[in-house]
Write a protein that binds this ligand. Structure first.
Ligand SMILES: Cc1ncc(COP(=O)(O)O)c(C=O)c1O
Length: 360
């Protein structure tokens, strides 16, 4: 049996710690998924997600991990012209695999890991060929890079493409204005900057994306945006039974973020933690894996430069922390410091101080 003492302070880039008040919401009594209470819950969540994302687009809730909605975006928004996937890390590569495994035409725009695509690079690629959509990972969790969508959306739109964005490790932590930046699908799970459990994924979907979906065959059943919309419009229902306990916690957390902390203040707290971590890295003679101009404010990737990463991980575990090594092929070459969700600067400073004592 798992015991309270087995839990570690999660400094990994998701899942992250969940506050006690949010955890309490997960244990509320069950309601029926076709009840009026469920409809109210759904509608309130959708309204607050629109506020969080600065959008009036359709909100889709999906009982799945975030990858489910990546698959949905590809299945609904990519047709004969295919998709251009911007690949600058392990999660970006997932876009490409999903497109190919769903039988879609897909090209890759390879960017060095640690860097973000520029508007010029995108323009050159989009000038060569027409696409239905461009897929971008807003925050590449494997490298600690945030791609500046604000600088890119114009060129994508000018080429007549839909913009599909994986915001799994940025939504709720990094400035994003879905309508202003004309993002057609903006999708994420809740286990990162939203500081909630995994299991429910959400997306905003534009009118243009829905229009596109009407023309794309074989959208499947579970992830068909039009089918989901039809049920959502029917008094906030889902076609299949949703993960109701996470709805309770999401409603509560959205009210806290929007009405108490403030969306811009939440972004600012993440920026402050990102700045603090980068300064800490440099002051210790360490180096960032990412180009500093695009370094993420939710996760910092640090070159290990002789630090014994597995040993540091086990030393930190003894002190009650779960540390993040590098991702995949970078397991020992770098390590990652997550500063996302409800994390405070004080907690982060204590963690970094502990690392410093262990590597000194
Ligand atoms: C940027 C990014 N995209 C996609 C995913 C996949 O999310 P999920 O495990 O919720 O499907 C992750 C998970 O870490 C991620 O960081």
């Amino acid at each position: 049996m798992i015991d309270e003492k087995d839990f570690l302070d999660l400094f990994i880039p998701g899942p992250v710690n969940i506050s006690k008040d949010c955890r309490q919401k997960l244990t509320l009594r069950m309601i029926a998924h076709r009840s009026e209470t469920m409809g109210e819950l759904h509608r309130d969540i959708a309204t607050y997600l629109q506020k969080l994302l600065f959008t009036s687009n359709q909100i889709i809730l999906s009982t799945s991990s975030s990858t489910g909605l990546m698959e949905a975006a590809i299945r609904n928004c990519v047709d004969k012209k295919g998709v251009l996937n911007v690949l600058n890390g392990a999660f970006a590569e997932r876009w490409h695999s999903i497109a190919l495994m769903n039988g879609k035409e897909a090209d890759a725009l390879n960017i060095d890991w640690g860097k973000a695509v520029t508007a010029q690079q995108l323009k050159e690629k989009l000038d060569e060929k027409e696409y239905d959509a461009v897929c971008i990972t807003q925050n590449e969790t494997s490298t600690g890079v945030t791609t500046p969508l604000k600088d890119l959306y114009r060129v994508i739109k000018d080429h007549g493409c839909l913009l599909l964005v994986d915001a799994v490790s940025s939504a709720g932590g990094v400035e994003t204005r879905v309508d202003e930046w004309e993002i057609d699908v903006y999708l994420f799970g809740l286990q990162k900057c939203m500081a909630l459990p995994p299991g429910l994924a959400v997306a905003s979907v534009s009118e243009e994306a829905l229009k596109m979906a009407k023309t794309v065959p074989n959208r499947g059943w579970y992830f068909d945006f039009l089918y989901l919309k039809k049920y959502h419009d029917r008094n906030g229902m889902q076609p299949a039974t949703p993960v109701i306990p996470i709805y309770y916690a999401l409603q509560y957390q959205l009210h806290k973020i929007v009405d108490e902390e403030g969306i811009e203040n939440r972004w600012a707290r993440h920026t402050e933690m990102g700045d603090y971590t980068r300064e800490w890295v440099k002051a210790r003679g360490l180096t960032l894996f990412a180009d500093e101009s695009v370094a993420s404010n939710t996760v910092t990737c640090v070159n290990s430069l002789g630090i014994d990463v597995p040993k540091l991980k086990s030393d930190l575990m003894k002190k009650g922390y779960l540390f993040a090594t590098g991702y995949g092929k970078f397991k020992e070459k770098n390590f990652r410091i997550a500063h996302m969700g409800d994390r405070t600067l004080e907690e982060l400073a204590t963690y970094l101080q502990t690392i410093e004592e262990l590597i000194r």
